[in-house]
Design a protein around this ligand. Sequence first.
Ligand code: ADP
Ligand code: AMP
Length: 213
Amino acid sequence: MKIVMLGAPGAGKGTQAEMLAKKYDIPHVSTGDIFRMNIKNGTELGMEAKKYMDQGLLVPDELTVRILLDRVAKEDCTKGYVLDGFPRNIPQANVLDDALSKLGDKIDYAINVDVPDENIIRRMSGRRACLACGATYHIEHVPPKKEGICDKCGQELVLRDDDKPETVKNRLQVYKEQTQPLIDFYGKKGILHNVDGTQDMNEVFEAIVAILG
Ligand code: ADP
Ligand code: AMP
């Protein structure tokens, strides 16, 4: 099963993708997590990506597409995967489609997690991330057991550089201009499903599972 998660930054894609990955035993593939891991490890890719991420801009397609295609070609992705944060624009979606169709394959579901802008700002300013394992928390809605520490791996949680209010505004604008058109793109393919992302995360999850079966 190959799933694409759509939605504004902060809508809850990563949270749901992680839960789906566990339930269906498929990898959660987040290009944002891959970039953040590279930044943390000081790789060349990380340094290049950071220039764009810190401004709330998309990392150039040449770089992003290569990383994503390498990742989904790995052995653990043969049964399927949940993509979170990719594709981010129509050219990326076309590259993914072409790569899959060469293998006689396709994306099965695009799930749009719908959350209005006013909730987004609150979600992102309260988000705390573990840069070591990619886990995500929220200081009010999804707090870790011990403040500031990741439940899963014990590392310190941080406010992402790009979750600061100045950058959030840019990211929302980039989303509206470049990413939102993907809703139509997958709608036309007949695989788009909308879920109300303002509900509690377990209710959002149930709604998605009801779609996937
Ligand atoms: P995205 O991957 O779409 O950027 P995240 O999954 O990181 O979004 O979620 C953004 C923030 O909102 C995180 O702090 C997360 O813990 C919190 N969150 C996710 N889903 C919900 C929900 N249904 N209700 C309240 N907060 C949520
Ligand atoms: P995310 O973790 O999905 O919120 O992504 C954080 C940042 O990483 C984005 O604001 C972009 O700068 C970069 N990024 C993640 N995925 C992509 C992508 N598919 N294309 C371009 N940039 C991306």
